[in-house]
Ligand binder design. Structure first.
Ligand SMILES: [Mg+2]
Length: 395
């Protein structure tokens, strides 16, 4: 591995903006991810199945289906069974598995209990999915932060019978990566001074947002690990991947959140809803998209944040995912522009689907990106959308 420049010494190619003062030196992020969540929810009602291979998904006794595994216990995973594996293949790999039909209403209800429990530890709880949330806390040092993570992990186990893995860091993205490394059932603390050595050997794929295409592109430039990335010039990586590439380099070099996240907060937010029954009608989908958008807009308003891009994603009944994200001409605030755009994007996705496979929707999520602080400054003329776009009714 090439030797890494020390953190803080590589500002030369990143532009001349002075770093704002650190938000809080004692702010830690605990990223909580429940282990084998759907299976864990089912085991609460079926303790007799603890320790056995359990699969949540369409049972093979239902006959041949195009369904997939939604969640597999770690005992089933030793047979190679994984989420999103076709049910037929899973049944062949692990013939003794106990199959349980999914009960999304139950998983939503328990997820709300989890969020309530987490809010006992912090006012700043951000759900990222049905089984993941970040919890921001104040702690004097790494061991104090670890102690809180241990208390949360124990509370989840004792009160909700749910095993969880927790990553702890001063940046959410690092905490998230740590959580994945801590699975199952672990706690992994990565203090700021250890971020560079922690991420260096890891594949770029561990970073949320880096998919197979980005991985492939980086590989063509000789970059496979975050350590490889730390040795690249940010200006070079910007040419390959845009601003996202610059953020990746900053992460690989262990730059603290306040430098690469100017708002002092996250770069994106999302909220989602899983329907109790898969939805096949747009009339049912639209109000949900609207209320998710409003929920998100209210959360942003509380934090005085504006959004510069809106996205919508559908998880279809076969568990595949389709998403659409669109940048806005200028940062916006309030619920009206957000819900209007979210509904439009959702409708586009829905119409595209109707032209083809017509799968029902299982989960819908609404997302905002490019978050910036709302300032007191006068809104500039540029904040209006071009008229031609508005009259076309599209962005
Ligand atoms: Mg999980």
């Amino acid at each position: 591995m090439p030797s890494l420049p020390p953190p803080g010494s590589m500002a030369t190619d990143e532009g001349g903006t002075a770093a704002p003062p650190p938000a809080s030196p004692n702010r830690w992020v605990l990223y909580v991810d429940l282990d084998a969540y759907y299976v864990s929810c089912e085991l609460r009602d079926r303790p007799d199945l603890v320790g056995r291979p359990v699969i949540v998904g369409p049972p093979p006794s239902d006959g041949p289906s195009r369904g997939v595994v939604l969640s597999a216990s770690y005992e089933a995973r030793t047979f190679g069974v994984r989420s999103a594996l076709p049910a037929g293949a899973a049944a062949r790999m692990c013939p003794d598995a106990v199959w349980i039909r999914p009960d999304f209403e139950k998983y939503e209800r328990i997820s709300r209990d989890v969020r309530t429990l987490l809010r006992e530890f912090s006012d700043d709880v951000v759900p990222f999915s049905i089984d993941e949330a970040s919890v921001a806390i104040e702690a004097s040092d790494a061991s104090a932060a670890r102690a809180v993570a241990e208390r949360i992990q124990r509370a989840l186990k004792d009160r909700l019978s749910l095993p969880a893995s927790i990553g702890v860091a001063t940046r959410r993205v690092v905490a998230k990566i740590a959580t994945d490394q801590a699975k199952p059932g672990g706690i992994l603390v990565v203090p700021p001074e250890e971020v560079v050595s922690f991420v260096a050997p890891l594949s770029v794929r561990v970073v949320p947002g880096v998919g197979p295409k980005t991985e492939e592109l980086l590989k063509r430039h000789g970059v496979s690990t975050l350590g490889d990335l730390a040795g690249q010039r940010a200006s070079e990586v910007r040419r390959w991947l845009g601003e996202f590439g610059v953020e990746l380099v900053a992460l690989a070099r262990g730059r603290p959140a306040e430098e690469s996240e100017p708002s002092g907060g996250p770069r994106s937010r999302s909220t989602d809803h899983t329907f109790a029954l898969d939805v096949e009608r747009w009339e049912e989908l639209e109000p949900t998209v609207r209320s998710l958008a409003e929920e998100l807009a209210n959360a942003l308003a509380r934090e005085e944040l504006r959004y510069g891009a809106v996205g919508v994603a559908f998880r279809w009944a076969d568990f595949s995912r389709t998403q659409r994200l669109r940048a806005l001409p200028a940062a916006r605030e309030g619920s009206a522009p957000l819900s209007e755009r979210a509904v439009r994007l959702a409708h586009e996705l829905w119409e595209a689907e109707r032209a083809g496979r017509r799968r029902p929707v299982r989960t819908v999520s609404v997302r905002v990106e490019r978050l910036t602080e709302r300032t007191q400054r006068q809104v500039s003329l540029d904040e209006f959308e071009p008229r031609s776009n508005r009259s076309r009714g599209a962005m």
